[in-house]
Design a protein around this ligand. Structure first.
Ligand SMILES: [Zn+2]
Length: 196
C-alpha cells in the first residue's frame, strides 16, 4: 500500500482551487481536472496499480470503461491484469445511452470489471453497466478512482473507490465566492483563474 491518490492528483496538477462553474450549474471552490492525470501515463499507471491492488484476487476477464477517461483507465488496468478491455461509447451522436460498439468485445460468461475516473452522480458508470445488458456477461466489480458522492451514488450495483472526495458545491445564489466577487471560471476552458 502506501499509495496516496490525493498526492498523485496533486503531483499531476489535477487538484485546483478557485471559483468554478460545474457542469451541474453549481459553483465550487475546488475542481479536479482529471485530464492533468490522464495526460500523465506514468502517474495514471500508478493509480491503476492501486485499483488492481484493491480488486484483490477477484477474477476478471474484461475491464470496461466509458469514454473518455474510463477507457484509458480500463485499458491500463486490463494491461496490468493481462486481460481484455472494452470501451463504452455514446450509442449515437448526442445519445444519453452508451453501447459497446465497433467490435464484439465479450465472450459468453465473461466476468466484467467496470471502471471510471471521477464519479459525481454516477451517470456514465450507470450507462456503462446498462450497456452490458445485451451481452452474456457477469458484472464482477465496479470501481472508480474518485467518489465525489461520498458513497451515495445509486448505481444499481455495489461499487468501490480508491478515495472519496467531498467537494462543496453551491447554487449560484448561495455561493460565498460570488458574494466575495471572486471571478468565476468555467473549467475545461483554457481560461486561467487569476490569483485571488
Ligand atoms: Zn460562485
Amino acid at each position: 500500500m502506501g499509495f496516496n491518490l490525493e498526492q498523485a492528483l496533486e503531483e499531476a496538477g489535477a487538484l485546483t482551487e478557485g471559483h468554478f462553474l460545474l457542469s451541474s450549474g453549481k459553483h465550487s471552490d475546488r475542481y479536479v481536472e482529471k485530464f492533468h492525470l490522464l495526460r500523465k501515463p506514468t502517474i495514471l499507471q500508478q493509480v491503476c496499480a492501486a485499483m488492481v491492488e484493491k480488486l484483490g484476487d477477484t477474477r476478471i476477464d474484461v475491464v470496461a470503461g466509458p469514454t473518455t477517461g474510463g477507457i484509458l483507465i480500463a485499458a491500463e488496468i486490463a494491461r496490468q491484469l493481462g486481460v481484455r478491455a472494452a470501451y463504452a461509447e455514446r450509442a449515437d451522436e448526442g445519445s444519453l445511452q452508451r453501447a459497446f460498439r465497433r467490435v464484439e468485445y465479450f465472450e459468453p460468461g465473461d466476468r466484467v470489471m467496470v471502471v471510471d475516473d471521477i464519479l459525481t452522480t454516477g451517470g456514465s458508470v450507470k450507462e456503462t453497466i446498462a450497456a452490458l445488458d445485451p451481452h452474456p456477461v457477469e458484472l464482477a466489480s465496479v470501481m472508480v478512482m474518485v467518489d465525489r458522492s461520498m458513497g451515495r451514488a445509486e448505481l444499481g450495483a455495489p461499487y468501490s473507490s480508491l478515495t472519496q472526495m467531498d467537494v462543496p458545491a453551491w447554487e449560484p445564489d448561495d455561493c460565498p465566492l460570488c458574494a466575495d466577487g471572486v471571478p468565476l471560471v468555467k473549467p475545461g476552458t483554457t481560461q486561467q483563474k487569476n490569483g485571488t
